[in-house]
Structure formats: structure tokens, C-alpha cells
Ligand binder design. Sequence first.
Ligand code: 5GP
Length: 121
Amino acid sequence: MSVGYDDNNIFAKILRGEIPCKKVHEDEHTLAFEDIAPAAPVHTLVIPKGKYVSVTDFAARASDAEIGALIRAIGKVAALKGVEDPGYRLLSNIGREGGQVVPHLHFHILGGRALGPMLVK
Ligand code: 5GP
């Protein structure tokens, strides 16, 4: 059971195979797929298979194996997408003020062009 987790969020549906995704990587604990509305030439999402709302939730409840797998998957996907050099941005929006839209933990891997400043001031 997972308090506050919405089983009907879009990434839960992707994980259950109810809606398709363009898969980039999968292992026991993680799935990576292309963002449906890319904000950069490379825009891939990496998510845990477990029911976690955010990084905060993940840090509190996930096993060491899940946490390790997610970080390793991010490294793997960055290499697969060829963005390690010249570089990329790793981003996770959390909650309302963080701009999170989908309430299942995800990391955005953004790259393929110079991304400019981190935030609009
Ligand atoms: P957030 O704003 O929550 O950090 O990011 C959610 C991301 O999920 C957005 O970049 C959005 O384009 C992406 N997204 C939303 N719905 C879908 C979907 O059905 N499939 C895929 N592949 N990406 C989605």
C-alpha cells in the first residue's frame, strides 16, 4: 500500500501496459521511455516501477535496491541517448510549486542542445 499514490496516474497506466510508451530501457525496478511532448531533442523519462509519488517519498520508503537501480538506470539511459558528453540536464519536479504534473516519481533526462539557464527568473 502506498499512502497518497494515485493508481490512475498516467505512468501507472504505462507500467501496467494499459497505454503504450516508446521504451528506452527496462529492468527489474525501473522503466525509461520517451516523453510524449519533448522539450528538447532528447527528452527521456526514467521512473521506478514501485508506487512512489516523488523523490521525497522514494527516499523515505524505497529499498536500497530500488534506489540504486533508479540511479543506475539514469546513467544507462544517458549513455544510450548519447548525452553524457556534451552534457544533459537531470530534472525531477516535485509537488505543486515544483511543477509536477504526473504524480509518479520521474526523472527527466533533457539534452541534445544547449539548455540555457536552469530557471527563468
Ligand atoms: P512533470 O511536469 O510531472 O514533471 O512531467 C510530466 C511529463 O510527462 C511531461 O513532460 C509530459 O510531457 C509527460 N507525459 C504526460 N503524459 C504522458 C504520456 O501519456 N506518455 C508519455 N510518454 N509522456 C507523458
